[in-house]
Design a protein around this ligand. Sequence first.
Ligand code: PLP
Length: 413
Amino acid sequence: MAITSRVYLDNAATTPVHAEVIDEITSVMREYYGNPSSIYTEGQKSKELLERSRDIVASSINAEGREIFFTASGTESDNWAIKGAALRYFGQKMHIITSRIEHHAVLHTCESLAKLGYDITYLPVDEDGIVSPEALAAAIRPDTAIVSIMMANNEIGTIQPIKELASVCREKKVLFHTDAVQAAGSLPIDIIDLGVDMLSLSGHKFGAPKGIGALYIRKGVRINNFMDGGGQERNRRAGTENLPYIAGFAKAITISMADLQIKADKLTQLRNELIEKVMNTIPHTRLNGSYEHRLPGNANFSFEFIEGESLLLMLDHMGFACSSGSACTSGSLDPSHVLLSIGLPHEIAHGSLRVSIGTSLTSEIIDQFVVSLEQIVMRLRQMSPLYEDFIKNKTTPIIPCTKCYKEQIMKEV
Ligand code: PLP
């Protein structure tokens, strides 16, 4: 059943830009062309908008304006926080702690620091994808420069106990950074309550365009500058500010933080409906990640006996845009490091699907999606030699049949 219009179910990869944000950006482009570093009127007008935008972003996470630094992406914010802290203590503190399920913006940053001689500890996660504060406490050493643990995972949506993890670091006087790129716009963020030293944000995950991010650096935290050049961002991140996108970022964060709880409740209800319908319709299906500590808009499934890439292409053909993992890794044949870290075997990790919903989803669309998904999964299974072996009772499935659909399947094959 092909649907008549496209259904976008990949909001974790990126979100559509809000109409109000587009209006804001275009009006800033027209009216605020002055360089914020210029001392004449046009420049000062831009400077004033820059600082106003900074204050808006700061207040949305309970920070102060001077603690917000605009960057070009979530990736840049992660790089800056980790490299800036590590390189500040080069030769003295050569140990970094992170988790096995971080985004590549963090993992590859750590790998590049390892080449400079840093020792990296990758904390394991439990089967829901949660990092244990006790394991973190045990891993901290006198030479630990920084700990970086994400607030919410981009693939399986698991939300970490950031407050507890940050408190372990504070007690041991180690800097704590969190990548809140997926959390912002979905979860309330209060940096005082969380007790973090640094926090990364990316605009395109909550209705701003791609290519604008921010790093919160708690006042008093000393890290190296990331970009050398002019004196922008209080001498800490050089480069003429992208004012239209900064103003758009401030507008988008304001919109996404307004009625956050109402939106989160709606998303949670729709997501649970989707999970229930998928799990009840398609046998040998697994929900990956925590049911309880999960981003409101995230569902991540593994379907045994099939391959995620084919599933994605067929869903696309039927009008649905989903993902098999993070956008950065799709196209690669390696199974997701996140799914392997929560203990999935390779063959199950390969058959996974991430569905990240928005508030425009309805029960009717969920029904259409589940019908299409079931058809595709059945078609792919019928082409799978592994499935044939299972049907002929030669193998036992890895994912148990939650409801006994086997008789029904055998009739159909
Ligand atoms: N961190 C997480 C958890 C993400 O999901 C992403 C993007 O998918 C990033 C960092 C990178 O952000 P950006 O796309 O702004 O570079």
